[in-house]
Design a protein around this ligand. Structure first.
Ligand code: HEM
Length: 219
């Protein structure tokens, strides 16, 4: 089972299908089942769906690092790491489609001249700006030009983007959206587990160093 999962996650085609399929989902209620609640305002449905998918893909790429730290020997987690850049850039592409859909829905840029000052839109705009910078600096030659240290520091901005998206998603609805909990919850748990593991390992190393130090002092 693990081997099959690892083989699937190794394949770029499989991961691409997993990333693209959720974006195509609106075709189902719109053209197949003809869901009346969706058909009433299809543009709004697609706008929300693309925003939500962008947030899901962003969380998926953020989960990769803590999963590698928590499960360093589990092959499916190891092989999927090679798709980090692809998944990260996909989050930006979904966000760009979501923003484009916003302008389609609003019928152009006219309302944006005043709307951008609303905290909800402003926060979305800053998050989008960060994702744009991260996608633009994911090209091989830009990574080389920046150097790995600077590139890593810059790409930590993805955590700022995630917090902004969290705020944006919560404020997009009048009542607190439960999806926020099951979307960002696992990420928070995984990050806490990563920190906990690092602390326990650090304490183990300190204890080992003290034992060695004590030993050498005794001789
Ligand atoms: C210029 C930037 C952005 C604009 C103008 C914008 C606009 C919007 C609008 C108008 C809504 C629907 C609110 C409503 O119906 O009342 C929305 C919802 C949402 N947006 Fe954005 N957004 C932006 C950036 C982003 C980014 C970068 C992400 C994620 C990476 C994102 C994720 C979401 C999510 C998750 C929702 C809620 C969807 C739902 O509840 O189903 N947005 N956005």
């Amino acid at each position: 089972m693990n081997t099959l999962l690892a083989r699937l996650l190794q394949s770029r085609a499989f991961v691409a299908a997993c990333v693209v399929a959720p974006g195509l989902w609106p075709a189902w209620p719109l053209f197949v089942t003809g869901d009346s609640s969706v058909a009433a305002d299809p543009a709004k449905y697609v706008l929300h769906h693309l925003g939500f998918t962008a947030a899901c893909v962003l969380v998926a790429v953020l989960l990769l690092s803590p999963l590698r730290a928590i499960l360093p020997r589990w092959r499916p987690v190891l092989v999927v790491q090679r798709h980090r850049r692809f998944v990260g850039v996909s989050a930006f592409v979904y966000a760009a489609l979501h923003v484009a859909m916003h302008f389609v829905y609003e019928g152009g840029f006219a309302t944006f001249r005043t709307d951008w000052q609303k905290p909800f839109i402003l926060v979305g705009l800053v998050a989008f700006g960060i994702l744009f910078i991260l996608a633009a600096t994911s090209l091989d030659r830009v990574v080389r030009a920046l150097g790995s240290r600077r590139w890593k520091w810059l790409h930590r901005l993805v955590y700022v983007a995630a917090v902004l998206v969290l705020y944006h998603q919560i404020s997009a609805r009048k009542v607190f959206p439960e999806q926020v909990l099951w979307l960002f919850g696992p990420l928070v748990v995984a990050e806490l587990a990563r920190v906990g593991r690092a602390v326990v390992r650090g304490m183990g190393r300190d204890a080992g160093d003290r034992a060695l130090g004590g030993g050498s002092g005794a001789y």
